[in-house]
Design a protein around this ligand. Sequence first.
Ligand code: ADP
Ligand code: MG
Ligand code: ZN
Length: 555
Amino acid sequence: MLQEAQKILKTYFGYSSFRTGQEEIIYQILQKQDTLGILPTGGGKSLCYQVPALLAEGVTIVISPLISLMKDQVDQLQQAGISATFLNSSIDAFEMEERVRDAIHGKYKLLYIAPERLETPNFRAVLERIPISIVAVDEAHCISQWGHDFRLSYRLIYQMIEGLRVKPTVVALTATATPIVMEDIREQLRIPRENTVVTGFKRENLTFSVVKGQEKRSFILKYIQDRPNQSGIIYAATRKEVDQLHEFLLQKGIKAGKYHAGLSEEERNHAQDQFIFEKIAVMVATNAFGMGIDASNVRFVIHHNLPKNMESYYQEAGRAGRDGERSECILLFTPYDIQLQKFLIEQSLLDESAKQIEYERLQKMTDYCHTELCLQRYIVEYFGDHYEEETCGTCQNCTDNREKIDITTEAQMIFSCIKRMDERFGKTLVAQVLKGSKNKRIIEMHLQKLSTYGLLKNRTEKDIANLIDFLIAEGYCKLTNSQYPTVGLTNKVVPVLKGEQKVYKKEQAIRHLLDANDELFEILRTVRKEIADREKVPPYIVFSDSTLRDMCAKC
Ligand code: ADP
Ligand code: MG
Ligand code: ZN
């Protein structure tokens, strides 16, 4: 059976061998076993259902969340001589009817459908008349509320499957699933646990780094200038930032394109084509760009802003180096990007418990920026995978030769201060107490009477806050999951307080940016406006100016 699969791989797709994971997933599908496959971005998930589709009797239904992605895949399949089509809101009723009729007569091997279609009972009735042998659920994490891109209509997939006369083989595929999400996908699609195929999250050809305290634009400009003709993507958080950065690069003579949801479909398609066909080397974009984009020679992905969680980060960064060549993933970090993400969580329609989950995820993303452990290892372990080697040897933290200094005494002071403050206050206030600040809040709350007051008066407040961030990232301290989190301690501090264990940190090479409050205020205002435009309400409905100021002050 696998030999036939090999043959199909060669004849239709022109590849000579399967990649890790593909063979196993395909084998299980051909054995009619429902399967969950977790392959990294660019790992080749599409082939996992396309190859079995050609070997199976009837039609393979592919549920896929993005219209543009569907069209691309169908185009590619048709070019390879495979009969495939899609059903989504981009085609008219007449066309829809014709395609459905053809599908019922088994004309297609693959039929792509948007999950929203399943919301129409009529459509589900139509599906029952199509001879379906395989149901492939692409981007399967969308089925889980714990996933990062939950779609309600994905919940209808199992109902649809149950309605079919003959039970099809179900295969769910995703790149970014934590253990909880995997469990959820399996439960909802009734996939037996043992039928999970996970290939490592590790992408050995990617080099990760986090850049702190540098002016972002100049960094990006220099980076691009140093690498003429290399293809890369720069992700920014807002449309306005994309516009401005794009404009800036053009002025500096860089041929860059831009892509965000505020552009017309035509402009977006044009930009995308220019990038894929290498007319432009650099694309500045929001996260609207890239899902399903098959540009294999992307040499770098730079994040101008902190993404909301590790799932998003890895999905976007993972667009680098799909061809296996060494590529770089750089995240430009400033603390006020955290505030921007908190703002987005606060204004979202999520309920309280869902917000908590988002805060927790954001914290893991922030820890990534503060940790001094191997970044690749951090990522792999975040996704619940085992990292065999000690370190990757290529990421920023692995290649950083700065000397490690003993900060045990400072750490002990910080821990004691947090304890004295009953683990009830935020990072800023703890830093202020240790600094011995005479700030109004300190005096009002009589915090100057604490025995830990002024213990670190030789350090700057920012410095102390950085130390606390580091201690959080290394798991000594923890934050509550809320907009204004309080700092607490974990069991890991016990041996340090007893003097049985030491804490080391690399020297701070670059100081953090100066007060960024005004800049942050501007960013928050921009985002507020974009949200207001989208929701068609005046900006003050989203958040008042004073609330924004408040958020900045607590940064
Ligand atoms: P994913 O959906 O997992 O992100 P895709 O299915 O889009 O990845 O595949 C990424 C790229 O890898 C595509 O260009 C695809 O043609 C290529 N690819 C997939 N399988 C193989 C293989 N066995 N050998 C070589 N290239 C492959
Ligand atoms: Mg895919
Ligand atoms: Zn490393």
